[in-house]
Design a protein around this ligand. Structure first.
Ligand SMILES: Nc1ncnc2c1ncn2[C@@H]1O[C@H](COP(=O)(O)OP(=O)(O)OP(=O)(O)O)[C@@H](O)[C@H]1O
Length: 468
């Protein structure tokens, strides 16, 4: 039996949690304020505390350190009605074990409390400084965003590399920035480097710098970006595009925190934290021999995956409102989003994720010119997979129809040859199979999924057409 202290002024939550945890065999004390909780904790130190943030008197986040000084390292589970990144970070920094976002169900609470009681007690780190002013907020309250906030809050104070994977426009750079500004490096530089944008021949010089005379035109020594960012965080965006020839050198820079400029033999120290981001499947690049295993494992110590917007549609209204207010258009104060627009926004595929939503809202605000935004003010949905398919089909269709018509006329008189359907498949299928296999880096399971056919069927078709 463990002793659990619940500190919450909402009687219904206290009642439900108390009943539930008592049934689980624990002894439960309840306090309606932090001050009352301190007294109860002194009377008998609890094994875990469930602490609401919004309390009369001292608020929950401020109370964490006070509880810590009274109860030592016992786990504290924080309850919040609105979980955002700041809450997550402050809770984690204060040494909270985890947090529950209201409304939560009792099973969920039981799992978190159980885990808290089972986990070896660790003293939380003292609260660090809060976020930099004016930092761009990560908007969202969906369960997927709550997980993301927790991951950021957990990994930010450590100095380990982070690998952020996700579709384009899901906020990977914003996540990297959030990690930086909640880390001890926050007063150092945050340097995003888009590797795909650097020409392959220049990547090494840009990253590692060069010595004077090391190549034609090298008139003076130049520090590389990895050295310039010393004391801060480097975001290596599109890490899948780093040339194979540089991967060992990059690994060395991350592991040993030193860089060797082009034309120099002596490494120089650089104190950087590396965050890598990609929208390409690194594991598959690795399987295809295009990405080094050791670099992959070094980078993916702590993977984070911002979800695509279609998987957290409940965040769309808040995001849309946020982008509308951020657009800084002259008439925006009088501009509003109708329920109809919200409905339309929630139904779109958002292939370009949050970036596409942001652009759509800015576009609509310009067209609406200070009036209420209606669905017709929105731009057409960007080239998502569905729309691309329509365009391609639109181009192919007339030619296909003409080919079929001619073949049908020709075959009408030659019944022995008549296998038009089979011929059509033989003409088209190999192209589709090769294209999909290529896009899936020869991963047959994934290709079968994209094609919507069974793996065995894919295997048969590949054998039939001699595609290896
Ligand atoms: N949760 C969020 N809340 C508010 N704005 C967001 C959020 N996520 C992303 N954005 C905004 O969406 C846009 C795209 O985000 P970002 O550039 O971080 O995406 P990305 O995944 O790095 O894209 P890419 O892979 O194309 O580089 C930016 O304007 C960013 O500020």
């Amino acid at each position: 039996m463990s002793r659990i202290l619940i500190v919450d002024d909402e009687a219904s939550i206290c009642f439900a949690l108390r009943e539930f945890l008592t049934d689980e065999g624990h002894r439960v004390d309840v306090a309606a304020s932090a001050e009352e909780g301190f007294k109860l904790a002194e009377d008998g130190p609890p094994d875990a505390i469930v602490l609401d943030i919004r309390l009369p008197g001292i608020d929950g986040l401020s109370a964490i350190s006070e509880f810590r000084s009274r109860i030592g390292p016992a786990p504290i589970v924080v309850i919040t009605a609105f979980g955002n990144l700041e809450t997550a970070v402050r809770a984690m920094e204060g040494g909270a074990f985890d947090y529950l976002v209201k409304p939560f169900d009792l099973d969920q609470a039981a799992i978190v409390v159980k885990r808290a009681l089972e986990t070896p007690k660790v003293q939380g780190s003292p609260a660090a400084a809060t976020a930099a002013d004016g930092a761009e907020a990560l908007i969202g309250t969906s369960p997927a965003m709550q997980d993301l906030f927790k991951s950021i809050a957990l990994v930010a104070p450590t100095d380990v590399p982070v690998l952020i994977t996700g579709e384009s426009g899901t906020g990977k750079e914003l996540v990297a920035w959030a990690i930086h500004r909640h880390s001890s490096r926050r007063s150092g530089p945050f340097l995003p480097i888009c590797l795909a944008a650097l020409s392959p021949g220049l990547v090494e010089r840009e990253l590692f710098g060069h010595l004077k005379g090391s190549f034609t035109g090298a008139a003076q020594d130049r520090e590389g970006l990895l050295e310039l960012a010393s004391g801060g965080t480097v975001l290596l965006d599109e890490i899948g595009d780093v040339p194979s020839s540089l991967q060992v050198k990059l690994l060395r820079a991350i592991e040993h925190r030193e860089v060797t400029p082009v034309g120099d033999a002596r490494p120089r120290p650089t104190d950087i934290r590396v965050i890598a981001a990609t929208n390409r499947p690194l594991a598959e690049l690795m399987a295809a021999g295009q990405f080094r295993e050791d670099l992959f494992f070094r980078l993916s110590v702590f993977p984070i995956h911002p979800p695509p917007l279609r998987d957290r549609r409940e965040d769309i209204p808040a995001l849309a409102e946020h982008f509308l207010r951020q657009s800084r258009l002259p008439d925006v104060a009088d501009t509003h989003l109708t329920q109809e627009v919200i409905g339309e926004l929630r139904s779109r595929p958002w292939a370009g994720n949050i970036r596409e939503l942001r652009n759509a809202i800015e576009h609509a605000a310009i067209v609406a010119r200070g009036r209420t935004i209606r669905p017709e003010h929105l731009p057409p949905a960007a080239c998502g997979p569905g729309r691309m398919a329509t365009i391609a089909t639109g181009e192919i269709e007339p030619q296909l129809a003409e080919w079929a018509r001619q073949e049908a006329v020709r075959l009408r008189g030659c019944p022995d040859e008549a296998a038009l359907y089979e011929r059509f498949l033989e003409l088209t299928e190999p192209h589709v199979l090769r294209a999909v296999l290529g896009a899936c880096l020869n991963n047959r399971a994934q290709a079968a999924q994209v094609l919507g056919i069974h793996r065995a069927t894919l295997r048969q078709k590949l054998n039939k057409y001699g595609i290896s």
